[in-house]
Write a protein that binds this ligand. Structure first.
Ligand SMILES: [Zn+2]
Length: 224
């Protein structure tokens, strides 16, 4: 198997090429490692490119679906960033986000580089959202901590310390806001009483939709 890439209008699309003497037609498959094109033994490379181009819409849609297995983290896969799928590609410089592509610095293992990037971004983004909602709701937290909890999105202590899971950076902005609002509301009510939910609802009328999103998509956000 060898790696090639096809230049698209806005990015490089890497793919693996496999030759099969048993095949007469071209096969395409998307796995955790990205796109693989299976060519009949003697078919020219041009045919692989033609096959990709003719199925491009399908391929991009498949690649954009976040994969659940941790092994799915590979160049060419996509990860969620504030609710949007971003392609993972390698680059020479710093890990950075550029439109639809998340460029990850070479020489750092993917999971470590991505985790670090998400955590770094989470801290400043959460602080900003916390400041916004803190003022809007008139509730002042003591301190923000980033959490890596395995199953919780956030928590709030009686002292007013708020913890938010960096993995939330994968969720849509409205969902992140809901969790921020939820934890801030605990500064007034350290329980899940009707009074608590009334405070949440006053800042976030659609809280039920956002909570449902987390229920339905939460497992995906813990994939790596
Ligand atoms: Zn709660």
């Amino acid at each position: 198997m060898s790696t090639y890439s096809l230049r698209l209008a806005d990015r490089e699309l890497p793919y693996q090429l496999e030759r099969s003497s048993r095949r007469r037609s071209i096969g395409l498959k998307i796995t955790a490692d990205g796109l693989t094109v299976i060519l009949p033994a003697r078919a020219p490379l041009k045919e692989a490119e033609r096959a990709i181009e003719s199925k491009l819409k399908w391929i991009l849609a498949k690649l954009a679906t976040p994969m659940i297995a941790p092994t799915a983290l590979a160049v060419g896969c996509s990860v969620l960033w504030q609710g949007q799928p971003k392609f993972v590609q390698r680059c020479a410089g710093r890990t950075r986000l550029d439109e639809g592509v998340l460029y990850v610095a070479e020489q750092t293992p993917l999971p470590a580089a991505l985790t670090r990037f998400y955590q770094r971004s989470a801290k400043s983004y959460f602080l900003q959202r916390l400041a916004h909602w803190s003022e809007a709701m008139g509730l002042q937290p003591r301190q923000l901590f980033l959490s890596s909890a395995k199953s919780r999105w956030g928590s709030c202590t009686a002292l007013g310390d708020i913890r938010l899971n960096w993995r939330l950076m994968q969720a849509p902005p409205q969902v992140i806001d809901y969790v921020v609002i939820h934890e801030l509301a605990h500064l007034a009510e350290l329980n899940h009483s009707a009074r608590f939910w009334a405070i949440v609802a006053s800042a976030c009328p659609d809280w039920k939709t956002h909570r449902l999103w987390l229920k339905q998509n939460g497992a995906k956000l813990f994939a790596w």
